[in-house]
Design a binder for this molecule. Sequence first.
Ligand SMILES: [Fe+2]
Ligand SMILES: [Fe+2]
Length: 267
Amino acid sequence: MNSSDSDWQTWRDLFQGRADRPLLPLDADLDYTQLPRSLAHSLAVFQLGESGGGNVVGQARQSRLPGIDEHYAEALDLFVSEEHRHANQLAVCVRMMGGELLRKNWTARLFVFGRRLIGLRFKILVLLAAEVVGLCFYRLVATRLPPCRIRDTLLQLVGDEHSHLQFHCAFLERQAATPFRRTLFKASWRALMFCAGLVVLIDHRRTLRDLSIEFRDFQDFWSHYRFAAEIHVLGLPRMRSTLRNQTNSAALDKTSDAVSIATPDLT
Ligand SMILES: [Fe+2]
Ligand SMILES: [Fe+2]
């Protein structure tokens, strides 16, 4: 995606094109209750997080920020619908695993609080952080599951979240137009990512333990996506970004099972 405003039409068409996908059915003959209970709880937390987000669309429609137009609001509306589809898909997974859906959770409340805190730019920044959280968690969990429809589901979510990450980066790139705003973005993004990482490690520690996901595995994925988002928004010098991508790709290749699933293209 380049930086012209007409690209929002392309994003809208992309989200529109996959809006009618049916939910993936799960294998009726597999006993998903054998999977760790902690995973069912974690997916229920993510299910809750994927359920909200409608307010941001109204705010985008009324916004006078530069770099956005009515197509952006339409694309954002379709993006929110896609997240709701994720919520429905995760609800199926949680039920098949014998877990219970949640009405409230402290990390989901934290996420909603962050989204409502200040203007559209910060809301999108929080949403971008949520994309990194989802990408890391879904992808790491998928590497630890045997071939099954829950794994397929998580990998489909990874593909969607990857385009969401690029969508939000395209918005933030337009907003970070001055040196001051670029510095502000970098500082806010890194602080937010640090806090979000801590929250994930605390809230999902049992799942990470039960699936033998080590801190280093988590850190490799986390750094990978954090830098990818930063590079998308700030466009770091070519040499530096290339070296970072190579370094992070090498780190990802070292994670035992990560090589067995498709790696989203981050360029
Ligand atoms: Fe999602
Ligand atoms: Fe997303």
